[in-house]
Design a protein around this ligand. Structure first.
Ligand SMILES: Cc1ncc(COP(=O)(O)O)c(C=O)c1O
Length: 322
């Protein structure tokens, strides 16, 4: 198993871990598992029991699908918890899981704490409320079973505002709130798992306008590529923020297609009306050959896209560093 961060401890999370992956992770020395179901726990316990008894126990953080406040459910862009989902264990299974982990039937495992990634796209105040309620739930659960609670992982989900690309999650406010939470539970290691709020701002998707046309009174620009490269706007239902870079050079002998109105819909090359990257882009005079550069493409962009739909060429990747 290749490690991006060799020599650093790894946690193995996510639904649908296969027995082969679990065995490979154990063999590679992964010492911590975020367990998503009773079945995963049984498989992990059986495979961990096959290891030499002299090694340290494998640490387990069962992931629970805990309640989310109505406010958080409504404001989140995506909710993995607080409603029926395939993520984590149902809270009603907590007793059985804790009895299993603390009753001596899983000698190779040690319950370290709780994992809960409940929603993505929450602002700092909602994130803090989620963290407080997860910690409170975990403290009460572990008290009931008389085992020490070492860690609570409250997940990620810090908001990225695609409609306002200059806005940033209130890390300072969130951090101050987490510090108060830790101060109230000094024995506890609190962990967060930020995803898009760290990386979305680091990636750009640059493409070329291939054609411009008018359809039923609306201007469309068809660009090289589309949502098979950057699926984020299609899956989240937003307009990906973008900037137009006009290109003066037009080496062709034929006329240059040009937008007639102010607002242009930027679409890709796929044969589906869902292949839209942004609507209402203020781009008067946009022409074939101009470039369009989409921001916030550093998270859930290429990696979640259906690259081989129509089998167009893949984009180039350029990594810029200082
Ligand atoms: C378990 C878990 N943790 C953290 C994250 C990161 O979420 P986000 O990118 O919204 O911060 C995800 C994303 O789906 C996740 O599944």
């Amino acid at each position: 198993m290749a490690q991006a961060v060799p020599e650093r401890p790894l946690a193995f999370g996510g639904p649908g871990k296969t027995p082969a992956e679990t065995a490979a992770a154990l063999a590679a020395g992964v010492a911590r598992f975020h367990v998503e179901s009773a079945h995963e726990l049984r498989v992990l316990a059986a495979l961990a029991a096959e290891r030499p008894a002299s090694g340290p126990p494998v640490e387990v953080l069962p992931r629970f699908n805990l309640p989310l406040s109505d406010g958080a459910l409504h404001t989140s862009a995506l909710s993995m918890g607080g409603r029926p989902t395939p993520f984590g264990l149902d809270p009603s299974e907590a007793g059985e899981v804790m009895r299993h982990l603390t009753g001596g039937s899983c000698p190779g495992l040690r319950v370290r704490g709780i994992h809960a990634h409940l929603a993505s796209g929450l602002g700092a105040a909602d994130q803090l409320a989620v963290a407080e309620s997860v910690v409170d739930w975990a403290v009460r659960l572990f008290d009931r079973y008389g085992v020490p609670l070492h860690e609570v992982n409250v997940g990620g989900g810090m908001a990225v505002d695609y409609a306002d690309p200059g806005a940033r999650f209130d890390w300072a406010g969130y951090g101050a709130g987490l510090a108060r939470l830790v101060a109230a539970h000094p024995e506890l290691r609190l962990r967060i798992e930020p995803g898009r709020a760290l990386t979305a701002y680091c990636g750009w998707y640059a493409t070329e306008v291939l054609d411009v046309k008018r359809s039923h009174g609306e201007d469309f620009a068809v660009v090289r590529g589309g949502t098979h490269h950057l699926r984020t706007p299609a899956t989240k239902g937003h307009d990906q923020p973008c900037a137009v870079l006009p290109v003066a050079h037009w080496p062709h002998g034929w006329p240059r297609p040009t937008a007639r109105g102010d607002g242009v819909t930027v679409a890709g090359q796929l044969c589906t009306p869902k292949d839209v990257l942004a609507r209402g882009v203020p781009a008067p005079g946009l022409r074939a050959g101009d470039r369009v550069v989409f921001a916030l493409a550093g998270a859930y962009a290429w990696n979640i896209s259906h690259h081989d739909f129509l089998m167009h060429p893949r984009p180039g990747f350029h990594f810029l560093g200082r």
